[in-house]
Design a protein around this ligand. Structure first.
Ligand SMILES: [Zn+2]
Length: 321
């Protein structure tokens, strides 16, 4: 007798009845760039903008109407405000702090996540303090902790350190706690590979290193076991939410991490992944909506709860259709 798995695929109704994985609007996190300047489209990421504070409310309005509940902010200071120590990252009146306050005034229930790093704010474009041509780990930690505290004070619900320094989760947790921010969550970029898929992001955030690369702190994509070590350390130091970045090329890593640890997992569908889909769609070579929804569903199938994607607002609208 023929075994007939096709019986379960015979109609849309049956397929919908038995499907295992689906995306909910509450899974989606929308990354947004806020700039101390005029709004502009990111050249290598069509339909993604760097928003001025003046234009931010309109953009947020669209996010909230789509049903997306969380935004992830990256600040872009004036070029002339960048310095060796990235001091705008922990200036209480910096661009990202002002954006957080404005957002919380307008939409108190919208979850605001603040990316915590120095690379958007340093004159050299590295994620930490530089001595010679070395990124010095331990001198960077207090600056990251100050940046996290400054964003928490501005109203951020979650701080998300993306720098990959050793010990930063512990340093941030400690400074938040002694200042009374014990309820501010930490979403750790636990597993962040040094990836060429970040190319368009560096245009968007003006964060290309002026010399060298980030291979001495971000992970080597040839390695898998390091992902376990990094995640374990972050959880021990106090991370509430863990992350794997990039997305699609790293689903094996996401699956391993999600099966090994109990903390909720986010996957970052990164700029290069967005731009490749967008460019192919603009050429009419692929169907944008179905490729995006298939990609995001694959990330959930691999074990993600949260999906950080430049397609968040579109995806929420498509889910609603
Ligand atoms: Zn950085």
């Amino acid at each position: 007798m023929i075994k007939r798995p096709r019986r379960l695929r015979q109609s849309k109704q049956i397929r919908d009845l038995i499907h295992e994985v689906s995306i909910d609007k509450t899974d989606l996190i929308y990354p947004m760039f806020v700039i101390d300047g005029e709004t502009e489209e990111v050249v290598s990421m069509p339909e993604v903008y760097r928003y001025s504070l003046k234009d931010l409310p309109n953009a947020l309005d669209k996010v909230v109407k789509s049903g997306v509940n969380a935004v992830l902010f990256f600040g872009i200071p004036k070029e002339s405000d960048k310095d060796e120590a990235g001091s705008q990252a922990y200036n209480d009146n910096g661009i990202v702090q002002r954006a957080i306050r404005l957002t919380k005034e307008l939409y108190p229930d919208l979850i605001v996540i603040a990316d915590i790093c120095l690379c958007e704010y340093t004159s050299h474009g590295h994620c930490g303090v530089i001595e010679g041509d070395c990124v010095v780990n331990d001198k960077t930690l207090p600056l990251l902790a100050k940046a996290a505290l400054s964003c928490a004070k501005a109203g951020a619900d979650i701080v998300a350190p993306s720098d990959m320094m050793d010990g930063r989760i512990g340093a941030i947790r400690e400074l938040l706690d002694v200042n009374g921010y014990e309820n501010t969550l930490i979403m750790a970029y636990s597993v962040k590979y040094s990836s060429s898929f970040y190319g368009p992001f560096r245009d968007a955030a003006d964060s290309t290193p002026k010399f060298g690369d980030r291979k001495s702190y971000q992970m080597d994509f040839r390695n898998k076991k390091e992902a376990i070590t990094e995640t374990q350390l972050d959880i021990e130091e106090g991370a509430d939410i863990i992350m794997v970045k990039p997305g699609m090329p790293y689903l094996d890593i996401a699956k391993t991490v999600s099966e090994t640890f109990n903390a909720p997992l986010a996957i970052y569908h990164v700029s290069g992944e967005y731009s490749m889909i967008k460019a192919a769609a603009q050429n009419g070579w692929i169907d944008e909506k179905s490729v995006v929804m298939e990609s995001l569903t694959a990330m959930k199938r691999a074990g993600a709860k949260m999906l950080i994607t430049y397609y968040a607002v579109n995806a929420a609208e498509w889910i609603g259709e």
